[in-house]
Design a protein around this ligand. Structure first.
Ligand code: URA
Length: 238
């Protein structure tokens, strides 16, 4: 149960201060009853705002097909659009606001999870979770055959870092040495690009195609589109 003014602010309709005017204007109802006081306690699942139920009352958990060229930042950087411009504006106005679970760099496309449930964001970004992430890469020059054994060895260290990367599996396309999949169980800054650059094969294109058991292809999204997903897909996984 939430106070009427806190409810409007939590779900991104207006600030707590503006809520009094929304309530005075008769915009909040519980069934046929119009709410008249900002302090009345309400069940968000039963409230109507402007005649519509409150969306995602139990929190948002969604997958976005991030297009190339968008940043995962909350504030625009150097004129680049942000992923938040692809989402309903009310999601950013929620308190807490929706955020991405981890990030993809501006030139990387693919599967990105989003949530406004603090515990979920925390649990899924924890370095202890080691959730597998699968990336499809295209490089500008062939990846040398010895890269596969190097990356899986657990003895490969990125330039400027002290601890070696966790074992990562590289699956090169038999017909195209510039194309393949790489599976990571961690997420260091620009990790795939730095790993492939370290073996002399800079990345030309990078797409994240899976996180844990969730495959981007199974969601039938076009770049820029999002869909709600069931968080149990991740919370039930080991
Ligand atoms: N590795 C990268 O280089 N970039 C990403 O966005 C994700 C993984």
């Amino acid at each position: 149960m939430l106070r009427a003014d806190a409810l409007l602010s939590r779900f991104g309709y207006c600030s707590r201060r503006e809520a009094a005017a929304w309530i005075r204007a008769g915009r909040i109802r519980l069934g046929h009853e119009t709410i008249t006081s900002p302090s009345v306690k309400l069940d968000p699942a039963r409230v109507l705002v402007d005649g519509e139920p409150v969306p995602f009352v139990n929190g948002i958990f969604a997958a976005l097909y991030k297009p190339v060229g968008y940043t995962c930042s909350h504030t625009p950087e150097n004129g680049a659009p942000t992923i938040y411009e692809l989402l309903p504006p009310q999601w950013s106005a929620r308190n807490p606001a929706v955020q991405s679970i981890g990030r993809l760099d501006k030139e990387t496309s693919g599967l990105l999870l989003l949530s406004d449930v603090g515990e979920l964001v925390h649990a899924l970004t924890s370095p202890r979770r080691h959730i597998q992430k699968v990336y499809e890469y295209r490089t500008v020059s062939p990846v040398p055959p010895e890269a596969t054994a190097l990356f899986v060895s657990g003895r490969f260290t990125l330039r400027g870092e002290k601890t070696p990367c966790l074992p990562a599996s590289l699956e090169q396309d038999a017909a195209d040495p510039c194309h393949g999949l790489i599976r990571l169980h961690e997420g260091r800054y620009h990790q795939v690009r730095r790993m492939l650059a370290a073996v002399g094969s800079p990345v030309a294109e990078l797409t994240r195609i899976a996180i844990g058991s969730l495959q981007l292809a199974s969601l039938s999204l076009l770049p820029g589109e999002w869909t709600p997903v069931n968080p149990q897909l991740f919370t039930d996984a080991p």
